[in-house]
Every structure is written in C-alpha cells, then in structure tokens.
Design a protein around this ligand. Structure first.
Ligand code: CAA
Length: 389
C-alpha cells in the first residue's frame, strides 16, 4: 500500500522586507544577504499571526469536507509554541472545525519535528488506511534585530495531508536517523529569541547530512544517481547548497549538473520567505514541485530533515502521476502580491509581538487579510478569530 503526502499547502504573512534594503540598514553588502546567505525577501510576521493562526491558515484552504471527516490525527511540529502545556494542535483542530474524535498533539525537536509528525502519521495510516492525518510545521523564526542570525529569520506554516494512495508523494518506509546532544541552537524558556552558535550549527548540519545520506545509501543499497533531486531543510538557501555540494563527489558530472539545476527550483520560494524552522524542508519540497519543469511522475526525491540540538533524518518519496493536483498552485502569485515594508516598519512589528505577561492585551488585526488572526489575550487566554465563522 502506498502512503504519503496527498496535499501540501503553505501560509505566511502578507508582509516582507527586502533583503538588499535590510543589508544596507545593517551596513552589510547586499550580495552578502542575496548570494552569501541566499535570501531575497524575508517574511515579516505581524503580531496578529502566531504558530496557531499560521497553521490554520495553511491547512484550511486545502481541506475538503471529506478530508475533515477522515482526519483522526493532527500533529503540529513547532518550536514557537504558545503554551508549555496545551498543544497548539488543539487550537488548530478547533479553528478548522475538525471532528472531535481526533488525536491532537504538538511535537518539538527544533526544525525536525514536522518530519517526526510525518513518520508518525505514515505509521498510523498504514494501520488505518481509511483515515487521514494532518501534519503541520508552523513557526516564526526570530533571532533578534541586529544579530548575525537576523537575515535568516522568516516564518510560515506548511500543512500536509497524509493518506493512503497519496496524490503527491508516496513515502519510503526506510529512513536513516541520527540524534545526539549538540548545543548548536536552542531557546531556553526565558528567551523569546533563539540562541545560536551560527557557524557551528552550519557545520553540524553538513555533518548530519553526510552521515544520514551515506547511511541511507549503504543500508538500502541505493545508488545516489537514482535520486532525481535532493531536497533540504533550508534555514537559509545557501545552507542547502553547501550540503548539496558536499554530496556532488558521489556522482558523475552530468548528475552533478542535474542536481544543481533541480536545487535552484527547490530554493526558489524559500528565497522569498526565509526560515520557517519546522516547515522549511516542506516549503522547499513545494517549491521543487511547483517550479521544476524537469520533474516526472516516478521520480525519486531524497529529503533531508535537520533539527538543531541535534537530529537528522534522510528519507525518500516517489512522485505520483497527479502530483500537481495536490499542490498549493496559487502560492507563487500570493507571494508576489505581498506588501513590502520598510526596515523601520519591520523593526516596529518585530517589537510588537504579544508579550509573555498575564495582563490583557489587544492586537490590531485591521491590516491582516488572513482568515485566522490573533486578536489578543484576555484572562490569560489567547483570543483567536475565524473571520468566516
Ligand atoms: N558577496 C557574496 N557573498 C558574501 C559577501 C558578498 N559581498 N559577503 C559575505 N559573503 C558570504 C560569506 O563568504 C559567507 O559564505 P560561506 O558561508 O559560503 O562562507 C556568507 O556570505 C555568510 O557570511 P558570514 O559567514 O560572514 O555570515 P555571518 O557570520 O554574518 O552569519 C550565519 C551567517 C552563521 C548563517 C548566521 O546568519 C546565523 O547564525 N544564522 C542562524 C543559524 C543557522 O541558520 N544555522 C543553520 C544550521 S542550523 C539549522 O538548520 C536549524 C535552523 O533552522 C536554525
């Protein structure tokens, strides 16, 4: 039985900051951000969006009444959780009007957690093929203003419906895993922004990729050239390029050229959004599938998931005949329609996030066009609004 990704949809903010403009404001050369980091635009997440609303906005447009009736598992992978106890998946399931006979959980392991959700969902559907699972990676990537990590911020959510006989990608059942205690990136409970050892984290990422990729090839007796394209977690798009370059010696010149050409499609949309932590690999997958004219049904895609701390996983999927039908086809146009904000406006919005304090707070939602918005906090409870309810 084939099990895998049946639908794939993305949501981010309607606002972005231009990376060349940000570079000038930070006294950096624009090409450092545009080429050295590999980012052109960065999503600016307003205070009216958080991991819950981004997740609901990503999932709602792709779900039919039939999907809603069949979903009995919702996993939200996030490291931007809004509660230390209650799962964001419960808020999301309620906003989406899902059946209440559903298992709702939040998963955490930095940027890796959505992959853990997919593997859990895959196992679940293999036992219950008449059911469907909703897996969402949703995050707001924050390092702080004027920090080295600042040009690698961003945010958004990727929602994936996991089912039997999937439209998009049939997942393999063999994966390669690596997990060990590494302090490359972390966020203690008292911090609103991540702590990171940037260069170290980039080196660990490459080490983990090389380890799980080679382990996968060895344990499955797979030749690397049987993979049409390699898709990466993209904290910034140059990171994936560096990892890909480290794998090039394994294949001949023609395959190297093909992998590099495919990678340009895989990073096209991430380049316009920035990091979204748990969702980044899956936005890259969406970018690959939406923008790459060279892909064919039957192609094997290799996926590398990485979460600092650290955990890596390499697994594969086979492209299905009608894969285009399960994709968020309107995404490139939506990204093109976003409003550009100045660096000053981005800084103001960055500092206006809902405060971690007990007092009631009100968030202005007038400028936010999304269906699901965060309107504030009352009696220590976040207030969410569904504008279509
Ligand atoms: N033209 C072209 N390229 C230029 C340039 C110019 N004018 N000026 C500089 N560059 C290049 C540099 O040569 C460098 O390229 P290489 O990495 O290929 O050597 C690149 O631009 C970046 O320059 P620096 O290394 O000087 O940049 P930096 O020290 O300011 O910080 C960073 C870069 C470490 C990635 C930092 O942004 C950071 O800490 N980011 C957050 C951490 C991160 O994303 N880590 C990734 C792995 S961890 C992970 O994947 C989990 C996760 O999501 C967080």
């Amino acid at each position: 039985m084939k099990v895998g990704i049946d639908k794939l949809h993305f949501a981010t903010s309607h606002l972005y900051v231009d990376m060349a403009e940000l570079a000038v404001a930070r006294q950096a050369e624009p090409d450092k951000y545009l080429i050295g980091i590999g980012q052109s635009k960065m999503a600016v997440i307003p205070p009216s969006q958080d991991a819950v609303t981004l997740a609901a906005n990503a999932a709602a447009p792709m779900l039919t009444a039939e999907d809603i009736a069949a979903i009995d598992l919702v996993v939200v992978g996030t490291e931007s959780g809004i509660d230390n106890s209650k799962a964001s998946a419960i808020y999301v399931a309620e906003l989406l009007g899902l059946n209440r006979r559903v298992r709702t959980i939040e998963m955490k392991e930095a940027c890796y957690a959505a992959t853990a959700g997919i593997q859990l969902a895959q196992d679940h559907i293999r036992i219950h093929p008449d059911k469907k699972a909703l897996v969402i990676g949703s995050d707001v990537a924050r390092y702080g203003l004027n920090t080295p990590g600042e040009p690698t911020q961003g945010g958004g959510a990727v929602a994936m419906l996991i089912s039997a006989d999937p439209q998009v990608l049939a997942l393999g059942t063999t994966t390669s895993l690596l997990s060990a205690d590494v302090m490359d990136f972390w966020r203690p409970l008292y911090h609103t922004e991540a702590l990171v050892d940037g260069k170290y984290s980039s080196n660990i990422y490459i080490d983990y990729f090389q380890d799980v990729f080679k382990d996968y090839l060895k344990t499955t007796h797979t030749r690397p050239e049987t993979m049409t394209a390699l898709v990466f977690h993209l904290p910034y798009t140059k990171m994936g390029l560096k990892a890909l370059r480290s794998a090039l010696p394994l294949v001949d010149d023609d395959q190297q050229k093909r992998w590099l050409a495919h990678f340009e499609h895989a990073r096209q949309l991430n380049r316009q959004v920035g990091n979204l932590y748990t969702g980044s690999l899956y936005l890259s997958l969406l970018s690959q599938l939406l923008t790459d004219p060279q892909l064919q049904p039957g192609d094997q895609l290799g996926l590398f998931s990485y979460g600092s701390g650290a955990e890596g996983e390499f697994y594969t999927g086979e492209l299905q005949p009608d894969y285009q039908l399960g994709l968020d086809a309107g995404l490139p146009q939506r990204l093109a329609r976003r409003r550009r904000v100045s660096v000053a406006e981005y800084e103001t919005l960055f500092n206006q996030q809902l405060q971690w304090q007990a007092e009631d707070q009100v968030v202005s939602v007038a400028d936010d066009p999304h269906r699901f918005v965060l309107t504030g906090q009352k009696a220590e409870q976040r207030q969410y609004l569904d504008r279509e309810a």
